[in-house]
Design a protein around this ligand. Structure first.
Ligand code: PBG
Length: 329
């Protein structure tokens, strides 16, 4: 019989000692809840690709935000979904102060004020008839620089509506700098920018496209990143920071933990990660089939994202997990 000299198992013996040595804990204040609000709805409508998630009416959005705040979430991120007849080539409803997203921002601010961080999606894809994140050039590609001017205006409209933080998610070159400058010129020096710095063109946004009734044909590979590229993510992120990003985000989360870790070792601003719709729906679907323990899988996925170096996590489970954790610690 041989005996090991060192026994790591000692620190796993009881729940008490495991709790004592736990390295990574997820806290409610680090979770951000993404929410969808659809123009013209009087009742929330289920999103079939994302079981448990809904397109909100203006009224139900206010309630969902109240619930999130009382659960202690760190913030909310609002996505607006216009009716089909309000989509056009340039996504003009996104810039309209009376467009669904800007109206919803005002509603939410009236409801919760500064008690949480109210974020809004700064991108045109929900509002364009072709579903791309910017306007199209005659050859069908997305015209970077024409789009930038629209983002600047959209950013000011969202800040005017009261958003605390703008999520630049379109992956246009120079977007953070242009939005920062427009905000500053309009007197919104204190409105911050959450830059979707490393955003990959992957398959995990599928359920979201249904949630926002995206009109997209084709893909976004001319502006979002190739899944195999890691150094490019560092370049993108450093550019965003130089342009004035307050927080940088990696998206999706779980398939890109290595990117989060690399960035953590390199940049000093807070890093967020977006546990996207596909990550959500995979766990929900497997759990619905009885293949995995839903709650444990959710917590394990969030713990892994945090462990990799993300300080803030956007997750559709934010309110539920915040409630769960409050009872736990
Ligand atoms: C673009 C945007 C997308 C998501 C967030 N912002 C869609 C896309 O890039 O195609 C996806 C989020 C998710 O899948 O949960 N405005």
């Amino acid at each position: 019989m041989t005996y090991p000299d060192v026994r790591p198992r000692r620190l796993r013996r009881s729940a008490a000692v495991r709790r004592l040595v736990e390295e990574t804990r997820v806290a409610p204040a680090e979770l951000v809840l993404p929410l969808f609000v659809k123009e013209g709805l009087t009742e929330p409508r289920a999103i079939s690709s994302m079981p448990g998630q809904v397109q909100h009416s203006r009224e139900s959005l206010r309630k969902a935000v109240r619930d999130a705040v009382s659960a202690g979430v760190g913030g909310i991120m609002i996505y607006g979904v216009p009716t089909d007849d309000h989509k056009d080539e340039t996504g003009s409803q996104g810039l309209d102060p009376d467009g669904i997203l800007n109206v919803a921002i005002r509603d939410v601010i009236a409801e919760v004020g500064d008690s949480t961080v109210v974020m809004s999606d700064l991108c045109l894809d929900e509002f364009t008839s072709h579903g791309h994140c910017g306007v199209l050039a005659p050859d069908g590609s997305v015209d970077n620089d024409v789009t930038l001017a629209l983002y600047a205006e959209m950013g000011v409209a969202q800040a005017t509506a009261g958003a605390h933080m703008l999520g630049t998610s379109g992956m246009m070159d120079g977007q953070v700098g242009v939005v920062r400058k427009a905000l500053d010129q309009a007197g919104f020096q204190d409105t911050s920018i959450l830059a979707y710095a490393a955003k990959y063109a992957g398959a995990f946004y599928g359920p979201f496209r249904q949630a926002v009734e995206s009109s997209l044909q084709g893909d976004r590979r001319q502006y979002q990143q190739d899944p195999g590229n890691a150094r490019e993510a560092i370049r993108e992120t450093e550019l965003d920071i130089a342009e004035g990003a307050d927080i940088v985000m990696v998206k999706p989360a779980l398939p890109y933990l290595d990117i989060i870790t690399r960035l953590r070792d390199r940049v000093e601003v807070p890093i967020a990660a977006y546990q996207v719709s596909g990550e959500y729906s995979m766990i929900e679907a497997a759990a619905a089939n009885g293949w995995i323990d839903r709650e444990r899988a959710i917590l394990e996925s969030l713990t892994s994202i945090k462990r990799s170096g993300a300080q803030i996590i956007l997750t559709y489970w934010a309110t539920e997990v915040a409630q769960l954790l409050r009872d736990r610690y």
